[in-house]
Design a protein around this ligand. Sequence first.
Ligand SMILES: Nc1nc2c(c(=O)[nH]1)N[C@@H](CN(C=O)c1ccc(C(=O)N[C@@H](CCC(=O)O)C(=O)O)cc1)CN2
Ligand SMILES: [Mg+2]
Length: 297
Amino acid sequence: MGHIINGKQLSAEVLQQVAADVAALKAELGVTLGLAVVLVGDDPASQVYVRNKVRQAGEAGIRSIEHRLPADTSQATLNALVDSLNHDPKVHGILVQLPLPDHLDEDDIIAAINPDKDVDGFHPLNVGALAAAQPGLVPCTPLGCMIMLQQAHGNLSGKHAVVIGRSNIVGKPMAALLLQASCTVTIAHSRTRDIAAVCRDADILVAAVGRPELVKADWIKPGATVIDVGINAIERDGKRKLVGDVDFVDVAPVAGAITPVPGGVGPMTIACLMKNTVTAARKQLSDIQPAVAVGQS
Ligand SMILES: Nc1nc2c(c(=O)[nH]1)N[C@@H](CN(C=O)c1ccc(C(=O)N[C@@H](CCC(=O)O)C(=O)O)cc1)CN2
Ligand SMILES: [Mg+2]
């Protein structure tokens, strides 16, 4: 049985560091960090995630400013809200919970966020910065996966990493971060030929496709590290159950280390949102007060 990477415990450690950084910024500069959380509509899962974000911000000493808008909110109204948050000095981070209702254009809203406040790391300028290995805000889920990998593996240099999935939110930024860590990176997707054989060559496998329990034991090189980004609600034996993109029971005996679902990558996503809020605030505060030393960690 491989080592189970405990995302709950690791996220608590990340949050503890964030709380210390938030307290230090308050002590040094007298600034309370602010995170604006925008939720449009009443998607039940999004409501749970937003509630957890607001709670954890509070635990880290970050003030959250919640904006809950009805499902029929217009693009113009949402853009105007984002614009006002962009100009509010008490707001250091802005996140718009996804998915948005169908009539809204997600790309347009993301592009409207000030890139310095884009704590999700989805703005095209932050996407470009990551691709060019320049400083910027990095999407929370891939950032959380990297923290888990570094803890499980130490140095990642020279490892073959396979990422299954090519989404803008997880697959592509994940591949960019693994490349920055000097991995040899393959992105596999729905058109990849003999995907099982491609995955079997991986020292590190990151599954982010949204297909319940797609990855089986015979896809895994013995001893490989397996990071499961999938969160899929299924029904089994008449009960609702959350499973990942990896068949955990099948794969865990073969893997060297593996993340569970729930309790793996999910909690790290929220912890990294708080970490990004500190990163964003430091950049904004050092732009305003370049002479003041704004600590880094
Ligand atoms: N603006 C954003 N929208 C979305 C993001 C994002 O990073 N920014 N990611 C996902 C949803 N998400 C955060 O927003 C998220 C999903 C799941 C979890 C989590 O902790 N999951 C738990 C299980 C939760 C459950 O019981 O339902 C776990 O894996 O242990 C955190 C955050 C899409 N939208
Ligand atoms: Mg849409």
